[in-house]
Design a binder for this molecule. Structure first.
Ligand code: PHE
Length: 341
């Protein structure tokens, strides 16, 4: 019995001061085939029945104890080694996982906004910013869309909770009102921004999208100016070989109103899935500012005239990059976005 206690004592001391390689040697010495403990257990038949029980159980306990001590020491030594290794390693969280390292870039929608605004700047427009939360007056009333008017149905609206007055703007046209309230003519601005409509998403609709609003007001501004500016924009942006079509339309805040379609460059006007076989794709709404809008901002509608337009940015981006589903622009799938690096 004393021998066993002595073995445990000796083994414990050796284990606590050993390194990983020494541990293996200790394991063989105290638990291996030729170890004293194995020897004791093998020769146990020599003892009396009573002693056999005691010595047998003591020797087995000693084995388990030494085994555990070795295991614990091994774990703590391994942890120490890892910690030491980590101390010497530097982790650079800014490193790209991909090699060769890639540069970041603008999202295709933002890139399109930038490209479009730079064309308009070259045509003499200033850039302004609007706000995404508007009230009923700016989004509808001042734009000649009174309460109960059927035109409000076209733009299913997200209202801010518990209000029937605050809403997420359904178009960038409210910024026309903000600008004219602050500035006297002449005005020549564009306002890019995000707009919201309460509608389901599909390949060509999204409940959030971007528009660029344009507004020009001065003495003697005519529909001819509107036609010139928008034709110039399309020619500069898409190249002059695409046909443009002005179509009569209706907006409450412009009179007369029109929509512009451009020849589908995917099929060159022959008809395809992208243009729904019409050969043309609608890109914007426009018209001459309605006198009621001028009245709402105290502009003299006998003295001044103006034109306004609203262009859907995603449409333009889809046309430019040949994207046939608007949802791709919002899923943020890196495989898609990397194509625009
Ligand atoms: N606000 C209109 C829309 O969202 C577009 C538009 C803007 C039409 C300005 C005419 C003038 O559809």
């Amino acid at each position: 019995m004393n021998d066993i206690e002595q073995i445990i004592d000796e083994a414990s001391k050796k284990i606590s001061s050993s390194n990983i390689t020494e541990l293996e040697i200790i394991k063989i010495k105290y638990l291996g085939k030729n170890s004293i403990l194995t020897h004791i257990l093998k020769s146990i038949y020599r003892y009396s029945t009573e002693d056999r029980k005691k010595i047998g159980s003591q020797a087995n306990k000693a084995k388990v104890f030494i085994e555990n001590e070795i295991k614990k020491r091994k774990e703590s030594l391994e942890k120490f080694v890892i910690n030491e290794k980590l101390k010497n390693e530097k982790l650079d969280c800014s490193q790209s996982l991909y090699f060769p390292f890639t540069k970041g870039s603008f999202h295709p929608v933002i890139k399109t906004v930038e490209d479009m605004t730079s064309v308009f700047r070259s045509l003499g427009f200033f850039t302004a910013e609007g706000c995404e939360i508007e009230n009923d007056w700016y989004n509808f009333e001042a734009l000649n869309i009174p309460k109960g008017h059927p035109a409000r149905d076209f733009q299913d609206t997200f209202y801010i909770e518990n209000t029937d007055n605050l809403l997420l703007r359904t178009h960038t046209s409210p910024s026309q009102i903000h600008i004219m309230e602050k500035q006297k003519p002449p005005v020549k601005v564009i306002v890019p921004g995000r707009v919201y409509r309460n509608e389901n998403s599909d390949a060509s609709h999204s409940s959030t999208f971007h528009q660029i609003e344009g507004l020009a007001v001065d003495k003697g501004v005519t529909f001819k100016d509107l036609k010139y500016i928008l034709t110039e924009f399309v020619n500069i942006f898409f190249g002059s070989n695409l046909k443009i079509r002005f179509r009569p339309s209706h907006f409450q805040f412009t009179e007369p109103s029109a929509e512009i379609d451009i020849q589908c460059f995917s099929c060159c006007g022959n008809g395809c899935r992208l243009c729904k076989n019409s050969g043309f794709i609608e890109i914007l709404g426009c018209g001459m500012v309605h006198p009621n809008v001028f009245k709402a901002v105290n502009y003299d509608y006998e003295k001044y005239t103006g034109y306004a337009f609203g262009i859907g940015v995603e449409r333009i981006a889809m046309l430019k990059y040949g994207i046939d589903d608007i949802r791709l622009l919002y899923e943020n799938d890196l495989r898609f976005l990397r194509q625009f690096l």
